[in-house]
Design a protein around this ligand. Structure first.
Ligand code: HEM
Length: 128
C-alpha cells in the first residue's frame, strides 16, 4: 500500500536549506572552484550569466531541486574543453568540502556526489 508519510519526509533539497541554502552553497562552491589554479583557467572566458546557468543546472541535478534544464546537452557544452577525470575529481572534491563546511551529513554529501558522478563521462568527453 502507498505510504503517504513518505512524501512528507524532507528531501535532500529541503535538508540543504531549500532555495536559500542552495544559493549559499553555490556561491561558496564556485569561490573554491575559481580559486583552484587547475580549474580557474577553464572559466576565464565564461560570462557570469553562463556560469550562473551552470550553477543552477549543476545543483538542480545534484539535489533534485525544482529547476528545469532547457540548455544544450552536457556532452555538447563540455566537448573539446580538455576536461579530464582529474579535473572532474577536483571539481567534486570542492563540492564535498563545501557541503562539509555547511554542516551537511556524510550521507547527504555522499548522495549529492553520487548524483553528480553519473555525468562524469559526458563532462569529460569520454562518451562523446
Ligand atoms: C556534473 C558536472 C557538471 C555539470 C552538471 C555542468 C553543467 C554545465 C552547464 C549547464 C553549463 C552551461 C551551458 C550553457 O548554457 O552554455 C556548463 C558550462 C561550462 N562548464 Fe560545466 N558542468 C559540470 C562540470 C564541469 C567541470 C568539471 C568543468 C571544468 C573543470 C566545467 C566547465 C564548464 C565550462 C568552461 C563551461 C562553459 C561556459 C561558457 O560557455 O563559457 N563544467 N556546465
Amino acid at each position: 500500500m502507498f505510504d503517504v508519510t513518505m512524501s512528507q519526509e524532507p528531501t535532500l533539497f529541503d535538508r540543504i536549506g531549500g532555495e536559500a541554502g542552495i544559493e549559499e552553497l553555490i556561491l561558496a562552491f564556485y569561490v573554491k572552484v575559481l580559486a583552484d589554479p587547475e580549474l580557474a583557467p577553464f572559466f576565464r572566458e565564461t560570462s557570469l550569466e553562463k556560469l550562473h546557468s551552470m550553477q543552477r543546472e549543476f545543483f538542480a541535478m545534484a539535489l533534485g531541486g525544482p529547476v528545469k534544464y532547457t540548455g544544450r546537452s552536457l556532452a555538447h557544452v563540455h566537448h573539446g574543453r580538455g576536461i579530464t577525470m582529474g579535473h572532474f575529481a577536483r571539481f567534486t572534491g570542492h563540492l564535498v568540502e563545501t557541503l562539509r563546511d555547511t554542516g551537511a551529513s556524510q550521507e547527504d554529501t555522499d548522495s549529492v556526489i553520487a548524483r553528480i558522478e553519473v555525468f562524469a563521462n559526458e563532462v569529460t568527453g569520454t562518451s562523446y
